[in-house]
Write a protein that binds this ligand. Structure first.
Ligand SMILES: NC(=O)c1ccc[n+]([C@@H]2O[C@H](COP(=O)([O-])OP(=O)(O)OC[C@H]3O[C@@H](n4cnc5c(N)ncnc54)[C@H](O)[C@@H]3O)[C@@H](O)[C@H]2O)c1
Length: 393
């Protein structure tokens, strides 16, 4: 740390990492010291633009460069080895989502972080779930925390507005392959929603997944998924996601005994019951009735930005002033646990209980990698086009 700034490097400066480099360059509490990418032109282009150092090997970066912290924005498999190597050197890590490809790797990262904390007690580990800063999601969380809906009986999230074309999948040779990415919509697009789901409702104890692989795209991983989450207290969750629907939907409907909360198109609507629906079911002497309710447009304030910069600034402040992390890295394991459980259920063709057998999941994935016959052409974008290519969180 110099002059009250955190010296940061970005490892992986493709679509997402190049936007992180720009944010670090512009934020008041960070100093962009270096960028690193296997593709040297990408690193060199940004190094020139932001007057920082360029590396092609992250080992050289972390061994030779004077940095406090890194943001890891390489394809998911490499989140694990890079973060473990950084922790062992006392380098703070903000990793991109998902934390890892599978639960076994996520456990290794968390174990390495906990070990490193013994030597570096102020070491920070964050994860880029920037949607947790969105005003409407924060309001949902506070309404749930304050028990405004009473006992929750169902939540259904239709999140199909992650539309992607074949052109998108062909833009990087790692995308949508078992070997390069390790999964599809559950691992790349929907982690934000799975993270929010567990943030709102906690973890289920049984998951059933209906998973379709390459149903609409020439890819080997999943592009359409329906999952059912069963919770110990009877609460039922549904999670429907796809990269093959346009127009897509992003609608979260939460039903509690005291009303129904719907989040759609960044709008929160609450049908608030005057009395408990669960009590009314038992006590009403009317056969066909409804619970009297009021329709409320719930107010909230939202920054309206993609929000990555907010998590980077918070990460830097946690290093500088011990500000609590908005999303501690260890919390990333719940999202990957949910995603893996849906996939495992799809692989096995039956419901699975949580916690899942992490080694079994890793083994099933390994089988798919071994048997993959998937070959495709890669069209890598020029470095100049990368920053502009990022338009959606
Ligand atoms: N939080 C978000 O909203 C968000 C949005 C997009 C992507 N992401 C995440 O960011 C990560 C990267 O996605 P992307 O879309 O930017 O991919 P990308 O393919 O555009 O960029 C990845 C870059 O990493 C480089 N790279 C790969 N392995 C490397 C290594 N070992 N060392 C150094 N560089 C390496 C590649 O050359 C490439 O330039 C993924 O994990 C993805 O899930 C997050």
């Amino acid at each position: 740390m110099r002059n009250g700034l955190v010296n940061l490097a970005v490892i992986g400066v493709g679509a997402m990492g190049s936007a992180h480099a720009r944010d670090i360059f512009e934020l008041p509490n960070t100093n962009l010291v270096a960028v690193c990418d296997l593709i040297s032109e990408r690193a060199e282009y940004l190094a020139k633009k932001y007057q920082c150092k360029a590396f092609t090997d992250y080992q050289n970066l972390i061994n030779l460069c004077d940095i406090d912290a890194v943001i890891i924005s390489v394809p998911h498999y490499d989140h694990t080895p890079i973060s473990i190597d950084c922790f062992s050197k006392g380098i703070h890590v903000l990793t991109e989502k998902p934390i890892a490809v599978h639960v076994a790797d996520a456990k290794k990262m968390i174990g390495a972080y906990q070990t490193a904390l013994r030597t570096y007690p102020n070491l920070k580990f964050g994860i880029m779930f920037q949607q947790r800063t969105y005003g409407f999601w924060k309001k949902v969380k506070s309404l749930l925390n304050e028990n405004e809906l009473g006992k929750i009986i169902r939540a259904t999230w239709i999140i199909t507005d992650w539309y992607r074309t074949q052109n998108y999948y062909d833009n990087g040779n790692w995308r949508a392959t078992w070997r390069g990415e390790g999964g599809g919509v559950l691992l790349n697009q929907s982690p934000h929603n799975l993270d929010l789901f567990q943030w709102f409702f906690g973890m289920p104890n049984r998951v059933t997944g209906f998973v379709n692989f390459g149903k609409y795209h020439a890819i080997e991983v999943e592009d359409e998924v329906t999952a059912v989450f069963e919770y110990e207290n009877g609460f039922i969750g549904h999670f429907i996601t796809s990269t093959a629907e346009s127009p897509g939907t992003n609608r979260l409907e939460i039903v509690g005994e005291l009303g129904k909360l719907v989040v759609e198109n960044e709008k929160l609507t609450f049908w608030r019951n005057r009395y408990s629906m669960l009590e009314d079911i038992i006590t009403s002497n009317m056969p066909y009735t409804f619970v009297e309710n009021w329709k409320i447009d719930v107010p909230f304030t939202h920054h309206g930005k993609p929000g990555h910069d907010i998590l980077i600034e918070n990460f830097a402040n946690s290093i500088l002033q011990n500000e609590p992390l908005i999303v501690p890295g260890e919390q990333g394991i719940n999202q990957i646990h949910l995603g893996n459980s849906i996939m495992l259920s799809g692989f096995l063709g039956k419901p699975v209980n949580l916690p899942i057998d992490a080694d079994l999941y890793a083994q099933k994935l390994e089988e798919r990698i071994r048997n993959s016959k998937f070959l495709k052409t890669t069209h890598i974008k020029s470095p100049q086009n990368l920053v502009n290519s990022f338009d959606k969180p």
